[in-house]
Design a protein around this ligand. Sequence first.
Ligand code: ARG
Length: 463
Amino acid sequence: MAEKPWDGRFAEKTDKHVEAFTASIAYDWRLYPYDIAGSIAHCKMLAKVGVISDEESVLLVEGLGTIKRELDRREFTFDDSLEDIHMHIEARLFQVAGKVAQKLHTARSRNDQVALDVRMYLREEVRQTIDLLQQLKVVLVDMADGHLDVVMPGYTHTQRAQPVLFAHHMLAYYEMVKRDQARFCDCLKRINVMPLGAAALAGTTYPIDREYTAKLLDFPEISPNSMDAVSDRDFAMEFLSAASIAMVHLSRFSEELVLWSTAEFGFITLADAFATGSSIMPQKKNPDIPEIVRGKTGRVFGSLVALFTLMKSLPMAYNRDMQEDKEPLFDAVDTLKACLQINIQMIPRITVNRQVMRKAASVGFLNATDMADYLVNQGMPFRKAHTCVGNAVAYALGKGIELDQLTLEELKQFSPLIKADIFDRLTLEYMINRRQSAGGTATENVIRAIADARRALNSETPA
Ligand code: ARG
């Protein structure tokens, strides 16, 4: 069992069960690259202000470099008696660099150290997430661009409502992903604040230079209040909120893919390489990727709720409860990235069954609103036109046909305003292309939206 850096005032050794219960090394080892980078910056700062000598700083930095390489190669044994990654590295530094290691923790506490590590970890992961969202945006715009001629039913209440372009539907997800990305960019600003130097909670008596540490670690600002610095996990909750919203979007998309790939819809076919089979039913091809993405959404919400609950009753400043922030945070980061990555791979391989979509848009009176609009254009008030077309729908339903399959004479029974030109107005292309209001599904709007998206994608430097 290793000696503990804090056991000076203890009369008996820590119970083994306590060590196992309180240790976080099983998961916080992942923070090691940031812990070591933070310690190196701390050493350099201590030397700069004269708290340690330059020679001592060099020895410490070299030792930390050796430990980093050991950890990179996974040549490092973890031991619960050393609790967490911070104490493991410090203890190993003593073995590697000798007595000078005992100076590393001057003007620092694990409380500000762990806050730094988590911020550096999350900063890196958020940058990667923003990059993945960028790739997803490209994939969605490509899907829209490649299927500009595909008409599908748009739904409300999961009932066929009005025809839309499939490209318009894809661009709706592009907008969601764009907002997700903006949320992560925004939350990155508040992650990117340097807490080291807060020490345990009150700051330190040493003449430290926090701005210098921040500069070495590429932080644009330092935390202004030492108590807040060690007790704040808002940045993690904010990340989890943004992650949860992004997962809602991925989950809704997944739900549509699951529905669309059923025999009942038949709108899309997933690539064989991105589907799985059944161990009993030889005919099955299952949409397991979107199903698992939909399922994993709950996990990310769980992490958000875990952190909210963890933090909600904590008095200032650091409390050990906060060690429990890591597993949910790590899990949410891994889950979100995995879901984004698989979608980026899977979406371009989807086959869009354009004839099936078109047929579905042609059946079920999706042109009823347009017939009412036709009557309005002839001078009828909209409410009256609505009733008039409703009557025509009821009549056509009785005959088992569509509005555009009624004869002109039959249509005229519902209003004498209806002329032969009505039939042109009820075609899919006409209906789509009449919806030119800003943000509507008209082909020219969608073409413009794709061009705007491409321009934005080419000019963006997201993070
Ligand atoms: N493993 C701890 C955590 O994750 C590090 C900080 C411990 N600080 C302390 N005073 N016990 O929160």
